[in-house]
Design a protein around this ligand. Structure first.
Ligand SMILES: NC(=O)c1ccc[n+]([C@@H]2O[C@H](COP(=O)([O-])OP(=O)(O)OC[C@H]3O[C@@H](n4cnc5c(N)ncnc54)[C@H](O)[C@@H]3O)[C@@H](O)[C@H]2O)c1
Length: 258
């Protein structure tokens, strides 16, 4: 343990998933205490048990949370604050994608993606700031996507939702600064990372062909690993990034350099 985030009390949504679990492992390995929230309660309970076995009791707590439900946010944050003795970092990571171009996508799927990807950041930040004020310096990390900066022909809801997260992060940064709070807000923008979110593509083309197709679009020639994203989240959670706020950090293997 190097302790880059020692003393940080981190609340992570979507923590049972590919990126969320990698972030949790990296943060705990570097000294943080984490609250793991997910609609998949068993998944976060299992991960908390694994982390507490590996790093000692009291390093990880698990909470059920549907990030689209305000009452669940209020309850989960209150419980996490009590369990960790405060909240200093919020990672809004839960997110989903639904396929279909603008003519195919249903209104229900549009609303679902906007709700899980955007309402979550609004609700989480709105209610977590109350606790984060008491635990400065603080950091909010919003997981957008390179798809929030570069559009595709067939992901209108995902593109629009991740673009909303990008600018919402900047508005939150300016709000905190104006309030005189030492709480930063930044968005991160990964390209394709090897997690279950890519499973629909793998099912369509087969694992090898799907990953090769994606890799061909990336100058570095490969899809990313969850650890690539987790390393950035450790940096943003730590005080090493104390002068960075309202920024967008791209983890795209060079795609946006083209
Ligand atoms: N993997 C990639 O290629 C990639 C690239 C760019 C951005 N992202 C973003 O990273 C984030 C994490 O994605 P991932 O790749 O780990 O996907 P994942 O599918 O492995 O994990 C997503 C997690 O979110 C949870 N979740 C879904 N709906 C929820 C809800 N309503 N309330 C609470 N939790 C909910 C799921 O249970 C799951 O554990 C997402 O916001 C995604 O858009 C992923």
């Amino acid at each position: 343990m190097t302790g880059r985030v020692a003393g940080k009390k981190v609340f992570i949504t979507g923590a049972a998933g590919g990126l969320g679990s990698a972030m949790a492992r990296a943060l705990v390995a570097d000294g943080a205490v984490v609250s793991l929230a997910d609609i998949n309660h068993v998944g976060v309970q299992d991960l908390a048990a694994e982390l507490n076995t590996g790093f000692g009791e009291g390093r990880a707590f698990a909470f059920p949370l549907d990030v689209t439900k305000e009452d669940q946010w209020i309850y989960a944050l209150e419980e996490a604050d009590a369990a960790m003795g405060g909240i200093s970092v919020l990672v809004n990571n839960a997110g989903i994608s639904r396929g279909g171009d603008i003519e195919q996508l249903s209104l229900d799927d549009w609303r679902l993606v906007m709700s899980v990807n955007v309402d979550s950041v609004f609700l989480g930040t709105k209610h977590a700031l109350r606790y984060m004020r008491q635990n400065q310096p603080g950091s909010i990390v919003n997981v957008s996507s390179i798809a929030g900066l570069i559009a595709a022909h067939n992901s209108p809801a995902y593109n629009a939702s991740k673009a909303a997260v990008w600018l919402l992060s900047k508005g939150i940064a300016l709000h905190c600064a104006k309030q005189g709070l030492d709480i930063r807000s930044n968005s991160i923008h990964p390209t394709f990372i090897d997690t279950p979110i890519l499973d629909p593509l793998r099912q369509r083309f087969g694992k090898q062909e799907a990953e090769a197709k994606l890799a061909r679009q990336i100058p570095l020639g490969r899809i990313g690993e969850p650890a690539d994203v987790a390393n950035l989240v450790v940096y943003l959670a730590s005080d090493e990034s104390r002068f960075m706020t309202g920024a967008e950090l791209k983890l795209d293997g060079g795609i946006s350099a083209m």
